[in-house]
Ligand binder design. Structure first.
Ligand SMILES: Cc1ncc(COP(=O)(O)O)c(C=O)c1O
Length: 398
């Protein structure tokens, strides 16, 4: 056998060793798109889903102090007691739900890892988890990597992307393990009102399914108060509550989040966490203590700034004829571009090429996101104004 033939056989053999789950998940639709963005100079991006603000200084300083003082070791697997106690008090204050910090809480490396271990603690191969589309790009892939099956329930722009609880009920089968909610949501900014959450709670109880509640944007909400499904009587017992520091405190790079839930589930997740991660970063946990104790004003300042930008961007889109619902929270606008006659992907690629503005095609968040684009307004106001000027110019050429 020739040398080159041998090399080929070796390569093919290695490929054949990759897991089916690893092979079958698609690369993130967003990343694929942003490879193009990074090679386009002078591009204004409304694409990234993270605050443009840097972490408030008091938080960063505490993290740096922790490093200087030698808090650079593993922490208890569950998280440092000081932080767990503060999370417990915060959840009681926000949602009126009491979680035992030694039993019902777990500090994670962001909601991303929290969701991963939550799913792996409940899914057997083939179990179904309902997701509400359009939704965060990681949901379906994380479910598949846990060997579960994502089942999408669509929402529609005609109904302002509000969840239709009767569709949710219809999607439940004997294989359904859980429903995964996110409110306020990425990419639409829509939230789920209290009445719908109460109906979902009833359905979950009747059908004996778990609710995974990703409330990562709960502090970035504008016209009404956030209401958590954990506050519905009886729901603490069947909800895995996921939250984190990335969005509210502009701490995406610190990789810190937490899970609250029934102790039987949390203890299973803790086992997976122990073996696969050991603990969340120690310095980030100390920084998070400062965040909870002292950074309310910083969070509010950022929220006020997002609010100004939300009003500006939504107004601009509607004014140029691209119908855009008023997002209840988060920092995304999700205008309808169907009137241009283009698919979201073609619209986004055309805009990038013609005007150097990056947005995310709506279909990466699920089929019903087609005909929309996601624009993050976690972008400085001057850049946002310039981007909207360019988008208007582009739309006028179509
Ligand atoms: C809905 C949603 N959940 C979770 C995450 C990831 O959060 P974290 O940084 O805490 O892993 C994101 C990030 O964009 C998100 O939009």
């Amino acid at each position: 056998m020739s040398k080159s033939r041998l090399r080929l056989v070796g390569k093919n053999n290695i490929e054949s060793l990759i897991s089916n789950a690893g092979k079958s998940i698609p690369p993130s639709g967003i990343r694929e798109f942003f490879d193009i963005v990074y090679s386009t100079p002078d591009c204004i991006t409304l694409g990234v889903g993270e605050p443009d603000f840097v972490t408030p200084w008091r938080i960063s300083d505490t993290g740096a102090f922790a490093i200087r003082e030698g808090y650079t070791h593993y922490t208890p697997n569950r998280g440092i007691p000081e932080l767990l106690n503060l999370i417990s008090s915060m959840l009681y204050e926000k949602n009126g739900v009491e979680y035992d910090s030694e039993d019902e809480l777990l500090v994670t490396m962001g909601v991303s890892q929290g969701l991963d271990i939550a799913l792996r603690s409940i899914i057997n191969p083939g179990d179904e988890v309902i997701i509400i589309e359009p939704c965060y790009v990681s949901y379906a892939a994380t479910i598949e990597l846990a060997l579960g099956k994502p089942v999408a329930v669509q929402t529609t722009s005609n109904n302002d992307f509000k969840i239709d609880v009767s569709r949710l009920r219809e999607a439940i089968t004997p294989k359904t393990k859980a429903v995964l909610l996110n409110y306020p949501g990425n990419p639409t900014g829509q939230t789920i009102d209290r009445e719908s959450l109460e109906i979902i709670a009833k359905i979950a109880t009747e059908k004996n399914i778990i609710v995974l509640s990703d409330e990562i944007y709960c502090s970035i909400i504008y016209d009404k108060e956030h209401f958590s499904i954990t506050s519905v009587p009886g729901m603490k017992e069947r909800t895995i509550y996921l939250n984190g520091f990335s969005k509210a405190y502009a701490m995406t790079g610190w990789r810190l989040g937490y899970i609250a839930g029934p102790s039987v589930l949390i203890s299973t997740m803790l086992k997976i966490h122990q073996y696969t991660a050991l603990c969340a970063p120690s310095m980030s946990q100390y920084a998070a203590v400062e965040a909870i104790e002292k950074a309310d004003k910083d969070v509010e300042k950022m929220r006020q700034e997002y609010l100004k930008r939300r009003n500006f961007i939504v107004n601009e889109f509607n004014d140029m004829g691209l119908n855009c619902i008023m997002p209840a929270g988060a920092f995304y606008a999700f205008p309808d571009i169907k009137s241009t006659g283009l698919s979201s992907r073609d619209f986004a690629l055309g805009l990038l090429k013609a005007e150097k503005v990056a947005v995310v095609p709506g279909e990466v968040f699920g089929e019903c996101g087609q005909g929309h684009i996601r624009c993050s307004y976690a972008t400085a106001m001057d850049d946002l104004k310039e981007a909207l000027k360019r988008i208007r110019r582009y739309v006028n050429t179509l």
